[in-house]
Ligand binder design. Structure first.
Ligand code: TNX
Length: 501
């Protein structure tokens, strides 16, 4: 087995040098030091991870004198900026970690790299003879894809702010860096919009049957962005149009296209609603919404949905997509659209998010050939609202059952025939919440499968096809950590959880 699979780290690091020498024993005080104030978030994160298992660790500012064992965070560059995609980029997320029996050092050219080194250290901790220790090693690590995301549907069933922050903690632990928020759908509207308060005063109160209602105030949303940014995670908001818009139409009846306010929708069917973007009132409402969200969102993206236009005539759908794409540009952002958007997009800067294995594959490959970049979210592998097994209590099964093996044994570079792999920006997993209504269920859907997907997104592609056996022992090794953190996970029979106990 490759050396880089032997340590209990998920996603597997790119390169682990042979660890010779004695481990670093952490039985006394530990100082997490750094050479720059910009390293402070990562230093605090690491000190907290050490403290979580009972190690007497503190993070120090660059000026203070260290006490006890030192873990040093070294920024090798003074200037780092997010790139045009709002991401640190592959070089800035890379890091080196060196551990000897006297101390450890993480070096990186940007805070994001230090953060990733810190999560590796946290996962490398093992307990031996009453003291925590780290193995002697040299790790050089870098992500395969720049975009390693998770899409969370807070529209069908709401996820409150504190739970979204916990989900960000999970993303960070797995070196993921994008949280895409599906903010509205037929069943509810989840972000306060000051120019149209009815969106949340009315449709913030509705949800799918059995789901949670509620919404994020603009202060909540900003707090979420700040929390994410401190952990090097980019927030991508989605306003899904022209379909999936029943909650908007329920809150803001558009009389001039002949609509009365329809009743709230609490079912789980998709594809029946339409916001008519050939109507100036609808366009002006959408403009207000996108402008407000653009103002609140530092990241460069506005996702405008475009999925499942099942009742919308083809030409009108294509024009609607082009209109939404243009409005996004006018408020100074870049657009992302689901698969179907290839029927209407005009600008090759617009990113296409692939999800449906049943349609649009040739058109997707063609769009990539024209220059569109693609985010890979193939439902059969990464839609984590799919059940693990037929009798699993939560979730759906329209894209098939996704046991841990299905989440691991695939590759984005070969998933869509004739898709130019160079156009793949990265991967996004998703949880849709028609049937996921509690924190417990959400975490069980995520873990362990999100760890598999994070590994595909981060670790180099192996020469052989991936096999579950490569990751299973390392998933088992996370169980004790997940339990300590209070993160529920599914004890899939495909993983021998006792191996790590
Ligand atoms: C398909 S993914 C959808 C969602 C549903 C999901 C359920 C996508 C772009 N559309 O509206 O919630 O399936 O798994």
């Amino acid at each position: 087995m490759d050396r880089n699979l032997t340590f209990p780290v998920v996603p597997a690091p790119t390169k682990i040098a042979d660890g010779k020498g004695s481990p670093l024993i952490l039985d006394a005080e530990v100082s997490v030091t750094s050479n720059s104030p910009a390293a402070q978030d990562a230093a605090e994160y690491l000190a907290q991870a050490l403290a979580e298992v009972g190690i007497a660790a503190t993070s120090l500012t660059p000026e203070s004198a260290p006490v006890g064992t030192q873990i040093h965070l070294r920024l090798t560059s003074a200037d780092f900026e997010l790139n045009a995609d709002g991401l640190p980029g592959i070089a800035a997320e890379s890091y080196e970690l060196s551990i000897t029996d006297t101390g450890a050092q993480i070096s990186a050219s940007a805070p994001a790299g230090l953060q990733h080194g810190a999560t590796t250290v946290a996962q490398l901790l093992t307990q031996a003879e009453d003291a925590w220790q780290l193995p002697a090693t040299e790790i050089t690590d870098a992500p395969r894809y720049a975009w390693r995301g998770f899409s969370l549907d807070i529209a069908r069933s709401f996820t409150p702010l504190e739970e979204i922050k916990e989900i960000i903690d999970v993303l960070v632990d797995l070196k993921c860096n994008v949280l895409h928020l599906h903010l509205c759908d037929d069943q509810g509207w989840r972000l306060q919009i000051r120019s149209h308060p009815e969106l949340t005063t009315i449709s913030g109160e509705t949800a799918v049957e059995g789901g949670r209602a509620g919404f994020l105030t603009q202060e909540d949303y900003t707090a979420l962005i700040d929390y994410a940014a401190a952990h090097n995670v980019l927030i991508v908001p989605e306003i899904d149009v022209p379909g999936h818009t029943h909650a908007l139409l329920h809150a803001l009846p558009l009389a001039d296209v002949g609509r009365q306010a329809p009743d709230p929708y609490t079912g789980i069917e998709v594809g029946f609603s339409e916001l008519r973007l050939d109507d100036p009132t609808a366009v002006s409402i959408l403009t207000d919404i996108l402008a407000e969200i653009a103002e609140l969102t530092p990241g460069p993206w506005l996702h405008v949905g475009g999925d499942e236009p099942l009742v919308i005539p083809g030409e009108r759908y294509a024009t609607s997509v082009a209109t939404a794409e243009k409005l996004v540009r006018e408020v100074g952002k870049k657009a992302i659209g689901w698969n179907e958007s290839v029927r209407g997009v005009q600008n090759t800067k617009t990113v296409i998010q692939h999800w449906d294995h049943r349609t649009e594959l040739a058109a997707l490959a063609n769009a990539a050939r024209q220059g569109h970049r693609v985010i890979m979210s193939p439902a059969a592998h990464v839609y984590l609202d799919m059940k693990y097994t037929a009798d699993y209590p939560h979730g759906q099964d329209w894209a098939g059952l996704i046991e841990v093996a299905n989440s691991y044994e695939w590759d984005p570079a070969t998933n869509v025939p004739n898709l130019d792999a160079n156009q793949i920006l990265g991967i996004e997993a998703a949880v849709w919440t028609e049937k996921i209504h509690t924190r417990e269920a959400m975490f069980e859907m995520l873990l362990p499968r999100l760890a598999s997907i994070a590994e595909i997104a981060w670790s180099p592609r192996p020469e052989q096809e991936r096999e579950l056996g490569e990751i299973a022992p390392r998933l088992a090794a996370q169980a004790a950590r997940w339990e300590r953190k209070g993160w529920p996970f599914y004890r899939s029979p495909q993983v021998d959880w006792s191996a790590a106990e």
